[in-house]
Design a protein around this ligand. Structure first.
Ligand code: V47
Ligand code: SF4
Length: 361
């Protein structure tokens, strides 16, 4: 029960050392039972020990090349079936126009993800990467979730290592963290039965890390999963990072409840902060925790900087996946708005690239 932590556990939480590893049982106890201010304060101490009062942000642009997808994840309001109204696929020329439309802005990251569209040939993805490389040589290309990489491998009969190598040769530098959802097989069976298994998602990220391609990681939470599922998910990520290091940043994705097949309300503000805080406390081997404002909402994301998060993501322009499911945040922010939103929290806004190299211009 919330606010009912036994004194010994409360004492342990209050005296955690910087970077101290906590076990899953303790994580479950404090995530559920610690008063939110105690949990948040412990996470804030860990966050400050690593990043002082810096709060990072990135000048980025999203490119969602298609929403046509052969999967039907129950939480997804973004995807359409082939031939369904509202389905779209950008031609390479349309993608070029979207990139050129923002060419006067000093964008540092292009974030590319899309559905699993049976109409697109493998060459399209390589050409899309080359196009981004050509138009945006200064930006880091963070492209294709493990779910897409697995799809390309199955589509072409290549193994995942070959796909990753060919993608890298065309410009891919980092994998985004999407598609992880919740690793529990029972949850996956209910949420996204067509999607690759947790085992394959973890395999692809470990493989990418071993090849020198860094990646991000996520959890989709606040729907039908339990705290046990969430901690189990964090355990899998921490173990992979121990064995195959390469995760840059962890992103708890707040479930958006509209226009999809799941019947769940989404996390409360308090639950969001608990998830951010426990992520900071448990993932002692992942440097950064992202408050993804587009899904959390700007105000909850601002609060999250006080509960363990150190990153605010970016300008985005324009977010489609969460907004299809009812996100009520803006679809993008100007760099000035982003700076001011972070500054208003009392933290120091620091522009970064995808690898968290600081940008001082
Ligand atoms: O993989 C789909 C999720 C993800 C919903 O790596 C939903 O830096 C909430 O992964 N409610 C895509 N979430 C977003 C993502 C991401 C975003 C920002 C930065 C990075 C990064 C990664 O969105 C999908 C899926 O897990 N999603 N539907 C929904 N209704
Ligand atoms: Fe397709 Fe991704 Fe949506 Fe699942 S979450 S239906 S894989 S676009």
């Amino acid at each position: 029960m919330k606010n009912m932590l036994p004194p010994t556990s409360a004492q342990r939480l209050a005296s955690l050392k910087p970077g101290e590893r906590i076990d899953p049982e303790f994580a479950l106890e404090i995530a559920q039972c610690a008063p939110i201010h105690s949990l948040g304060e412990a996470a804030l101490r860990q966050r400050r020990a690593r990043h002082s009062d810096k709060a990072y942000y990135v000048y980025n642009q999203h490119l969602n090349y298609t929403n046509i997808c052969r999967n039907q994840c129950r939480f997804c309001a973004y995807s359409k079936r082939q031939g369904e109204a509202g389905g779209y696929t950008y031609s390479l020329d349309q993608a070029r126009q979207l990139l050129l439309a923002r060419i006067d802005y000093p964008i540092r990251e292009i974030h590319i993800v899309g559905g699993l569209n049976p109409d697109l040939p493998y060459a399209y993805y390589l050409d899309l990467l080359s196009l981004c490389r050509e138009i945006r040589p200064q930006a880091i290309i963070k492209a294709f979730t493990a779910v897409e990489v697995a799809y390309f491998a199955d589509l072409t009969g290549r193994n995942e290592a070959t796909v990753l190598e060919e993608m890298r040769e065309s410009g891919l530098q980092v994998l985004p963290g999407g598609g992880a959802e919740v690793f529990s097989p029972a949850m996956r069976a209910q949420l996204c039965p067509e999607k690759i298994s947790a085992k394959r998602w973890l395999y692809i990220h470990g493989l990418a890390h071993d090849m020198g391609i860094q990646t991000n990681c996520t959890v989709l939470f606040g729907h039908i999963e339990t705290w046990e599922d969430r901690i189990h998910h964090l355990e899998q990520l921490r173990q992979l990072q121990d064995e195959h290091p390469g995760f840059i940043c962890f992103i708890p994705l707040a479930y958006q409840p509209l226009n999809n097949a799941l019947s769940a309300p989404g996390p409360t503000g308090e639950e969001y902060l608990r998830m951010i805080a426990i992520s900071r406390l448990f993932l002692d081997n992942i440097a950064h925790i992202k408050a993804y404002w587009a899904f959390a909402g700007i105000k909850a994301a601002q609060m999250a900087l006080w509960a363990g998060a150190d990153d605010f993501d970016g300008t985005i322009v324009e977010e489609k996946i969460g907004h299809a499911a009812g996100a009520d945040s803006p679809r993008g922010l100007t760099i000035t708005e982003l700076f001011q939103i972070i500054e208003a929290t009392g933290f120091i806004p620091v522009q970064r690239d995808t690898y968290f190299n600081e940008i001082h211009s």
